[in-house]
Ligand binder design. Structure first.
Ligand code: WT7
Length: 650
């Protein structure tokens, strides 16, 4: 099968930061001489004490250790703010677009400096010091970025929890990070509705307290002005505390390897892991990828539609763009509110040049037809980009042709929470594109494809995607559990970082990510461990057993399909189905809502009791003709019942 190629256009070359040849030269050098390459590019940020040592990393079994620029010192917030003040103090740093199209705000670098310093001083006054963990549970408002940067300024470690997670999930993350300080807002706005953030925080703090974990400070930003509970002594209003806080705060001198943030993410087993990123290497990598992957030029208006609750929001709304002195647009709302044209209206309103969004949004908007797009100009756009899951060629083409009118190259960027920044991607004007392929590795990234036994596969092949050497943005550990870090990422294949993704490499060396090969599913670009949904289901009193798999979903990419075995004597009713959906939503959050629930008197198991997920996946995909060998099942009869009662007949 030979794929379509969209060759580099002359206009893209004219705008390119790098030519195709320069990409190749830099790439060669980056992998053959990482110390030389990163020693140079490591200087793109400001160091207080310059580093001497560049790379000190090992993927060796039992001795995984990742350190970059380790003897250098810096402050990340000073890099994102202070160093721009002389040249671009009056340039807009954060361009905020509210949920309501009438709401927008522009915060200059000078204003950002004052606000971040004030918030840093408020946190300090509450006793927050270097190394302390501060949990953020925020809507998409500039104060979310202030809080992240305020932590970075004083050397505290932030842990942002996505505002769509439930109080239970928030409580687990507060405990996991032993964090006693929280920053939140009264309520958030999304698509014309309010999100009860402070009420959720109050419940989370209660849940955590029952587990013996205390929260001492809740800093509350007033967003909606709605009535919320307030506990004297613990809760403080940002707008009140801000009044008395100084707009100056000396940045703390941090080591390159001091932690910058923790971000919880789902894996194939157990509870979500606290992915830990450190300061120097992360900032070098986030800023460098932001510049080259998006072809960022000073003066550009750059918009990434992610939420700051995900890593994309960390690296490509806050740290990368601000380290580069960019104007970063922060959007509070959703793609289809007030109408299906909203993204394109915002692009026209703010003259956006670079636009970075997710395939799930592209597919949903594609479903609304071309009219809402064509009603807008989009002339300002120069580069389009995508992240979060494989983008199907149909959605890629619609994005390229209808949204970008074939003027803008589409950057399909593959990466993960763990990688800190983009690893496989085209560069504008330097890479020929193929719709559906993330194309080629970024500088310093050495992908490898291996079979299930770990044998390295050369040439055009399909297999499991590994990365065989470290890059500066790589996660350093699982917070508080280095053994789990090694176990999860370095034990499947020795001396390699295993991504959990499958990939194909074609005859041109282009990578095509085929999706997760572990028990992680990707729902609308959000990562979900099937084990998490299963453990929520079995916690319900009427459920005896559950198995969860993903299935192809037109808009979400994957949907959540649950097989549920009920306790003896419990009636399988539609009401119970609804109750189980509500139960999981309450337990984890709306992003984990099951799409399909099938009541199953029995699950297909091997004689040793292992659930055969391969079979469950096939039935959920309505592809049971290809069930394969079921002879090893303890009771092959259960499969007939599962097929007869499948919830996904096409
Ligand atoms: C997983 C990581 C990192 C940004 C947001 C998601 C999938 C991500 C792509 C892409 C195909 C992609 C992978 C990956 N993924 N980008 N361009 N093409 N798949 O971060 O929640 O850590 O999820 O998202 O399966 O492993 P995340």
């Amino acid at each position: 099968m030979s794929a379509t190629v969209v060759p580099i256009k002359d206009e893209w070359k004219a705008n390119a930061l790098l030519s195709q040849d320069t990409y190749r030269e830099w790439y060669e050098r980056s992998v053959s001489d990482p110390d030389g390459f990163w020693g140079e590019h490591g200087r793109r940020i400001d160091w207080i004490r310059p580093f001497q040592r560049v790379k000190n990393t090992s993927f060796a079994p039992g001795a995984v250790s990742i350190r970059w620029f380790e003897d250098g010192t810096l402050n990340v917030s000073a890099n994102c703010i202070d160093r721009h003040l002389a040249e671009r103090g009056d340039q807009v740093a954060i361009l905020w677009e509210g949920d309501d199209p009438k709401d927008s705000r522009a915060i200059t670098y000078r204003e950002l400096h004052g606000e971040v310093c004030r918030m840093a001083n408020v946190l300090k006054a509450r006793g927050v010091k270097r190394g302390d963990r501060v949990t953020l549970y925020m809507p998409m408002i500039p104060e979310a970025a202030y809080a992240m940067l305020a932590c970075a300024r004083i050397g505290a470690i932030h842990s942002v929890v996505f505002g769509g997670f439930s109080p239970d999930a928030l409580a687990g993350r507060l405990e996991g990070a032993s964090s006693s300080v929280l920053v939140t807002a009264d309520e958030g706005y999304r698509g014309g509705r309010t999100v009860p953030l402070k009420a959720n925080v109050d419940r989370a703090v209660e849940i955590a307290a029952r587990a013996g974990h205390g929260v001492e400070t809740v800093l509350v930003v007033r967003r909606s002005g709605g009535a919320v509970g307030f506990q004297e002594g613990r809760d403080i209003w940002w707008h009140e505390a801000r009044e008395g806080a100084s707009p100056e705060c000396e940045p703390e001198e941090m080591g390159a390897e001091d932690p910058l943030f923790i971000l919880y993410t789902s894996g194939s087993t157990g509870k979500p892991k606290g992915v830990l990123h450190s300061s120097g290497g992360y900032l070098v990598y986030a800023s460098m990828t932001h510049q080259y992957v998006f072809g960022y030029r000073p003066g550009d208006i750059y918009w990434c539609t992610a939420d700051v609750g995900w890593v994309t929001g960390h690296s490509y709304i806050v740290y990368g763009p601000l380290a580069n002195g960019a104007t970063t647009l922060m959007f509070e709302g959703v793609p289809n509110y007030p109408d299906q044209s909203r993204f394109w209206q915002v692009i026209d309103k703010h003259k956006v040049n670079i636009f970075y969004t997710a395939p799930t949004a592209i597919r949903a908007l594609m479903g609304a037809g071309d009219e809402p797009v064509k009603a807008t100009s989009r002339k300002s756009l120069r580069v389009l980009a995508s992240v979060g899951e494989p983008i199907n060629p149909e959605a890629w083409n619609w994005y390229y042709k209808v949204v970008g009118e074939e003027r803008c190259p589409v950057m399909d960027t593959w990466w993960q929470t763990e990688t800190g920044g983009i690893l496989i991607t085209p560069l504008p004007g330097a890479t020929d594109l193929k719709p559906g392929s993330a194309t080629l590795p970024f500088f310093g990234v050495k992908p490898q494809i291996v079979d299930n036994e770990g044998r390295v596969l050369d040439g055009a092949v399909d297999g499991n995607l590994c990365i065989v050497d470290s890059w500066p943005g790589q996660m350093r550990t699982v917070y508080g559990d280095h053994e789990r870090f090694e176990q999860t990422y370095f034990s499947t294949y020795e001396n390699k970082y295993f991504t959990g993704d499958g990939a194909r490499r074609d005859e041109d060396g282009y990578y095509w990510i085929t999706g997760r090969v572990d028990d992680v599913i990707n729902v609308s670009g959000h990562r979900m461990g099937t084990a998490e949904v299963e453990s929520s289901l079995v916690a319900h009193e009427k459920v005896s057993e559950a198995a969860v798999v993903g299935y192809p979903h037109d808009i979400k990419g994957q949907g959540i399909y649950c097989y549920v075995t009920l306790m003896e004597g419990v009636e399988p009713t539609d009401e119970l189905r609804k109750a189980l959906v509500a139960h999981v939503r309450q337990d984890i959050g709306a992003i984990a809502s099951p799409d399909k629930i099938q009541f199953a008197p029995g699950l297909p198991k091997t004689r040793s009791g292992k659930i055969m997920r391969r079979i469950l996946r096939k039935i959920a995909e309505d592809d049971f003709a290809a069930l394969g060998d079921t002879s090893t099942l303890a009771d092959p009869g259960v499969v007939d019942d599962l097929v007869d009662n499948r919830q996904n007949k096409r």
